[in-house]
Design a protein around this ligand. Structure first.
Ligand code: DAH
Length: 337
């Protein structure tokens, strides 16, 4: 009797387990065969009533059955539960991916990077100075007479009687020369501030790059050569330029460099006020009076200096007509560069 049951239960187990397809089915099989009152457990109960002589053989058979079906059961259970959980965690490869918006450098930073790299190629290092400056560095040591219009309240944001927001990056020339004996060859980029009405052409904060080279026998011809080389690398080698006499308290002689108007190419238009030319920078030979402030021997050393506005340099390169657009942070503008 028990023998027959063993065979039947074995068969019925294999039939049942064939149709298993979910964790729920697995649980049903477990209950039906392996729980306390399950069919397999029941067989062991029945063994108790078997005659003594048959017990060892049937017991062995029963053990074999239990080992076989339970290990097969575990196998199937394992397979079903791993495919089920895979289904739950399945990745849908057809879903559109996450779109990361990658930022880029602001056009002014890009312009400054380009200016720096050109001047580095010409042997200049890069120096920095504070935006909050003293009257001494911003004006006095740069040979501004006490009543010079640049000291006027209209141009300068004074923080106190002696301190102000620098109106140009030229004071860094003084700071550098105070620290270092000639030869000095560096550019000095940074923010500057002017108390001007904001308009398409001027802003209360903008950026400049100054440059200085002091050594024995530095000449105006070298100044021109350096600036022409810079301008051609920056704007293109077919660039036309001219130097015009000008005035700055800290250089003598002083000049301004013009390039042909990007819009009319020299014919004359609204942008260049019909002159065909656009000013890109101021420059000159360092005034011997400036050398006095930093204890350089003006009999022994000469130097040239220059300064330009980064916004202006970029405006002219890209044909932008309103300086305010640099600071609006409008992505439609920024993304174009
Ligand atoms: N600092 C001047 C300005 O803000 C620009 C300038 C002119 C700088 C001549 C210089 C220079 O170093 O030599 O307008």
């Amino acid at each position: 009797m028990l023998d027959k049951n063993i065979t039947e239960i074995k068969e019925s187990f294999y039939t049942d387990i064939k149709s298993v397809s979910s964790i729920k089915d697995i649980e049903e099989i477990r209950l039906k065969y392996f729980s306390r009152n399950g069919l397999v457990s029941q067989l062991f109960e029945d063994l108790k009533d078997v005659v003594k002589e048959e017990k060892p053989i049937l017991g062995k058979k029963l053990n074999l059955l239990r080992n076989e079906v339970s290990s097969y059961f575990e196998e199937v259970k394992e397979r079903i539960s791993s495919t089920q959980s895979n289904k739950e965690n399945e990745i849908d490869l057809t879903l559109p991916g996450k779109n990361y918006i990658v930022g880029s450098k602001h056009i002014l930073t890009q312009t400054l990077d380009e200016i720096k790299s050109i001047f580095k190629g010409l042997g200049f290092s890069v120096a920095n100075g504070p935006e909050l400056e003293s009257d001494y560095y911003n004006f006095e040591s740069l040979n501004f007479p006490a009543d010079h219009p640049a000291r006027d309240m209209q141009d300068t944001f004074f923080v106190s009687k002696d301190f102000l927001l620098r109106t140009h990056t030229t004071p860094v020339q003084i700071r550098l020369m105070e620290k270092q004996a000639p030869p000095v060859r560096a550019i000095m980029p940074g923010r500057v501030y002017r108390n001007e009405a904001v308009s398409a052409r001027s802003y209360c904060m903008f950026h400049q790059v100054d440059g200085i080279y002091v050594d024995t026998d530095v000449t105006f011809a070298e100044l021109k050569g350096t600036l022409v080389s810079f301008a051609k690398q920056f704007y293109g080698s077919d660039l036309k330029y001219r130097f015009r006499p000008s005035f700055f308290p800290f250089t003598e002689p002083s000049a301004e460099m013009d390039i042909t108007c990007y819009l009319c190419h020299g014919k004359g238009c609204k942008i260049c006020k019909n002159s065909g030319w656009l000013e890109i920078l101021g420059c000159g030979m360092v005034d011997p009076n400036v050398f006095k402030f930093v204890n350089y021997d003006s009999e022994k050393y000469t130097g040239y200096a220059f300064g330009m506005g980064i916004e202006r340099i970029a405006l002219l390169k890209y044909g932008i007509t309103d300086i305010r657009i640099f600071f609006d942070n409008d992505l439609r503008f920024l993304k174009q560069f």
